[in-house]
Design a protein around this ligand. Structure first.
Ligand SMILES: Nc1ncnc2c1ncn2[C@@H]1O[C@H](COP(=O)(O)OP(=O)(O)OP(=O)(O)O)[C@@H](O)[C@H]1O
Ligand SMILES: [Mg+2]
Length: 274
């Protein structure tokens, strides 16, 4: 574990001279301007059944509050680090697929919303394998891609969860032009709209894997900060290092060790989530 953390640190220190892959200009995506000024009190609401939360490991919505401790800790530390760099939005990245990005993003978003310091928006920007809706058990009629393409409004897409100030912008199914969608000006406008209009909001963005897709590099340009999820025992050290090299140093706010063995949890070392 320590070695992985050291690899991240080493990668950070060795960044000089490393250049992130440059994403080419997006093909034009025809779209209207994104909706702004939507009144959140009129958002559609959705209740997550306890058995759904249990089945998808959404511990922050489970009745046993103790199981969510790790996410309360993560939230508190993350909020502090985001404040330090003046960030209001955070993208959740990992090197490869299946390392727990979506589950961390969802639990983190709930934990942030429970803090009650403003609305939290959770955007499913993994247009290849969107699963945020599955974690919450949500039926999706209007997709966040529709806002970018100009076929849906914020009000169509947004779903409030469990009466919390938590607003999901789900995707629901894969989109064939993932890379173009994220690089579109309208994607940037959407984040800017949310940030500017809901001044005390926090925005959490779920993404596709850093080493397998180019979308995270575009996402990185439109968020204020980035969090890296690493799955203990699965993500290789060189992969962590390559992923860390792709993250803009000024936007990196920490890493989350997912599926950490209890015995390996050390205070002040990393966020662990089993
Ligand atoms: N700490 C954990 N303990 C047990 N299961 C977990 C844990 N973290 C994630 N999982 C499970 O592993 C699977 C992959 O997690 P998740 O979908 O969050 O990963 P991801 O990085 O978003 O994957 P993808 O790259 O496909 O989007 C899911 O079934 C999830 O429930
Ligand atoms: Mg995912």
């Amino acid at each position: 574990m320590e070695k992985i953390q050291q690899a991240i640190e080493r990668a950070r220190q060795q960044r000089d001279g490393h250049t992130a892959t440059v994403v080419g200009p997006a093909r034009a995506v025809e779209a209207r301007a994104t909706a702004s000024g939507f009144d959140l009190t009129t958002a559609k609401s959705f209740s997550v059944a306890p058995r759904q939360a249990e089945a998808s490991r959404l511990v922050t919505l489970m009745p046993d509050a103790g199981r969510a401790d790790i996410f309360r800790m993560l939230r508190t530390q993350l909020v502090q680090r985001m404040k330090n760099v003046g960030a209001r939005s955070v993208a959740v990245f990992s090197a490869r697929d299946g390392e727990g990005k979506t589950l961390v993003a969802c639990n983190l978003a709930v934990a942030l919303a429970r803090q009650g310091s403003g609305p939290v928006f959770l955007l499913d920007f993994d247009f290849r394998r969107p699963t945020v809706h599955e974690v919450f058990g949500l039926q999706v009629d209007h997709r966040v891609s529709g806002i970018i393409e100009g076929t849906a409004s914020l009000g169509d897409v947004i779903q409030q969860i469990n009466g919390l100030p938590l607003y999901l912008l789900p995707q629901g199914r894969a989109h064939p032009a993932a890379s173009e969608l994220i690089a579109a000006r309208q994607a940037r406008d959407l984040l800017k709209d949310l940030r500017d209009h809901y001044v005390d909001s926090t925005i959490v963005v779920d993404c596709s894997p850093l080493l397998l897709t180019d979308e995270p590099l575009s996402v990185q340009q439109i968020v204020d900060s980035c969090l890296l999820v690493v799955q203990q025992g699965r993500t290789r050290r060189d992969e962590v290092q390559r992923a860390a090299e792709l993250i803009d140093e000024g936007k990196y706010v920490g890493s989350v060790m997912n599926r950490v063995r209890e015995a390996d949890l050390e205070e002040g070392y990393a966020y662990g989530y089993r």
